[in-house]
Design a protein around this ligand. Structure first.
Ligand code: ATP
Ligand code: MG
Length: 206
């Protein structure tokens, strides 16, 4: 699993780098055209810093979070950095990921983002993808479904969350300067968060 977590982070990195221009273009509409550039720089650094030989899932995610914190910048660097570091705390000492672990990871990541960014659902941020994803995931797991079925539901909910961000105005972050003019545009952070979940789901599906 330790090699697998490195492989999974590599896939997330590839996905973000592939979508660098797309994410930046979304941020051009309602921000400062740097989200894709910021995230691609951060995930390039992550694959350089994390080693396939790192054994502890928690330690790998902590290293990932610290790297994102110091390389991504903007609003999303501290937010994603905190999310990965909080997820790392949940997985400290573990080498396998259970369905319950994944639920705890999502919960901790969301709590970290909220503690740092003080946003709630409905403010046109990454939380509009992540909170519905967590709810959908939890419901599936409670019904006895496995991690991949849970993540399928989470990804569907996250994509709906991205669509929802088009219908609301931003009240947090740089996009909030636009007020109602941000309506009609999807949130870049909600989009990158959804890409991350989809990559984890696809990775675990094999
Ligand atoms: N308080 C917040 N809570 C959660 N997510 C947020 C918050 N503020 C911004 N975001 C997310 O960050 C994304 C923007 O990230 P980006 O990397 O472009 O940083 P930025 O807004 O350009 O930062 P800065 O304004 O500091 O330069 C938004 O699309 C949104 O999803
Ligand atoms: Mg930006």
């Amino acid at each position: 699993m330790s090699t697998r977590v490195y492989d999974c982070l590599s896939k997330i990195s590839e996905k973000i780098i592939e979508n660098k221009d797309f994410l930046t273009d979304l941020d051009r509409e309602i921000g400062d055209a740097d989200h894709g550039v910021n995230m691609a720089r951060g995930f390039q650094a992550v694959v350089e810093k994390v080693s396939p030989d790192d054994t502890d899932l928690g330690a790998v995610l902590k290293k990932c979070g610290m790297t994102l914190l110091s390389t991504v910048g903007g609003a999303s660097g501290p937010l994603y950095g905190t999310a990965y570091m909080e997820a790392g705390k949940v997985l400290a000492g573990k080498t396998e990921l259970s369905a319950e672990d994944m639920k705890a990871v999502l919960e901790a990541a969301i709590a970290g983002i909220q503690k740092r960014g003080k946003a709630v659902k409905g403010e046109k941020t990454m939380l509009d993808a992540l909170i519905p994803a967590y709810d959908a995931y939890s419901e599936k797991i409670a019904a006895g479904e496995d991690i991949v079925a849970g993540l399928d539901a989470a990804c569907a909910a996250a994509n709906e969350g991205v669509e929802f961000t088009k219908t609301i105005s931003a009240t947090k972050g740089r996009a909030s300067y636009l007020g109602e003019r941000s309506i009609g545009h999807q949130d870049p952070g909600a989009t990158s968060a959804t890409m991350t979940l989809e990559t984890i789901r696809d990775f675990l599906k094999g």
